[in-house]
Design a protein around this ligand. Structure first.
Ligand SMILES: Cc1cc2nc3c(=O)[nH]c(=O)nc-3n(C[C@H](O)[C@H](O)[C@H](O)COP(=O)(O)O)c2cc1C
Length: 316
């Protein structure tokens, strides 16, 4: 029997696989036993009701998809009242993802979300910061550290900081989130992209630009997980293009302690179960007793010094 349990700080998970925010809802119970998941992560909730972006909100691309959903939300009160109780019977910790317009609003929302039934909060700091002209919080070390510190001061559950890959140096953002007090990092949200229909000459998304997800982004995010895991001591949760157990192994070897699955669930609603089973099979095949042993177990030639890796990251 393979031990699939992992720890994200004080939180013990029965396995390292959980949904990516926005790519999952309670209705997935029709396709799988939700209690088999390591954790359940819900769609980002915002303090107040929001309707989201103009349509079309999604389009398919080579090996992935673009979305500009814009975080439609029923608001915090509805979430705490109606969504949290729905997961009471699910034997997997509930992680509430939250987005807000300012650091203070983030902090107030996280205070309101620190209720029984919520095991951790994922702060989606990849969203626009209205106090910085709409630049995402996680595009700046200062805004990242400040938002996370405010959130920590007001919450009573562990805080995971979800970073954006749309930065030059993700390691410095990871360090800022850790300095702010984050208990874990989620690396990462979608990569900014754009697609145009040559026939109509129009952008394929109503919002013109959107977030790229799916297998197309996996090599980029695996690289970022590798960089973040070397930069911080807190656990890193990898997210980007995971379709199979072996894709999840790739993230664990790069340094992730757990993984999130997003776009794959749109192709196959039971994809996360396939990832869990695939992880177990990989461990059995390789004689690995505890999946946690895989975290950071990448084999790099001992001759490759940190200086070489620094140069590699600059030259590609
Ligand atoms: C349709 C859609 C909606 C999303 N909504 C959210 C969201 O509300 N909050 C968030 O933090 N990330 C959101 N994401 C990003 C995913 O959680 C994830 O970070 C990203 O899709 C990369 O993982 P994947 O390649 O496995 O999909 C969304 C992604 C998609 C495709």
């Amino acid at each position: 029997m393979v031990d699939l349990t992992v720890s994200i700080g004080a939180l013990k998970l029965k396995n390292p696989v959980m949904p990516a925010s926005g790519c999952f809802a309670h209705e997935y119970a029709d396709a799988m036993d939700l209690s088999r998941l390591g954790a359940v992560v819900t769609k980002s909730v915002t303090p107040k009701r929001r309707i989201g972006n103009p349509v079309p909100r999604v389009c398919e691309t080579d090996s992935g998809m673009l979305n500009s959903i814009g975080i439609p939300s029923s608001g915090l009160l509805y979430y705490v009242d109606k969504i949290v109780p729905r997961y009471k019977a699910v034997a997997a910790p509930l992680v509430a993802s939250v987005s807000a317009d300012t650091a203070d609003e983030f902090a107030a929302a996280c205070e309101a979300l620190s209720v029984p039934g919520v095991a951790a909060i994922e702060a989606n700091i990849s969203c626009p910061n209205l106090e910085a002209d709409g630049r995402a919080f996680a595009m700046s070390t200062h805004d990242t550290e400040r938002a996370i510190a405010e959130i920590k001061r007001h919450s009573r559950v562990p805080i995971w900081a979800k970073l954006t890959p749309n930065v030059t140096d993700i390691a410095e953002i990871a360090r800022a989130a850790e300095a702010g007090g984050a208990d874990a990092l989620v690396v990462a949200n979608t990569l900014l992209g754009m697609a145009i229909d040559p026939e109509t000459r129009k952008p394929k998304l109503g919002n013109v630009m959107g977030g790229l997800s799916g297998p197309a982004i996996r090599p980029v995010i695996v690289r970022m997980v590798f960089q973040c895991a070397r930069a911080v001591k807190i656990p890193v949760i990898g997210c980007g293009g995971i379709m199979t157990g072996e894709d999840a192994v790739e993230y664990l070897l790069a340094g992730a302690a757990a993984v999130q699955v997003g776009t794959a669930s749109f192709l196959d609603p039971a994809a996360m179960i396939g990832v869990i089973d695939g992880l177990r099979e990989y461990c059995e095949r390789h004689g690995i007793e505890r999946v946690a042993e895989l975290t950071g177990a990448l084999r790099i030639d001992a001759g490759l010094s940190d200086r070489w890796l620094r140069l590699a990251q600059q030259s590609g």
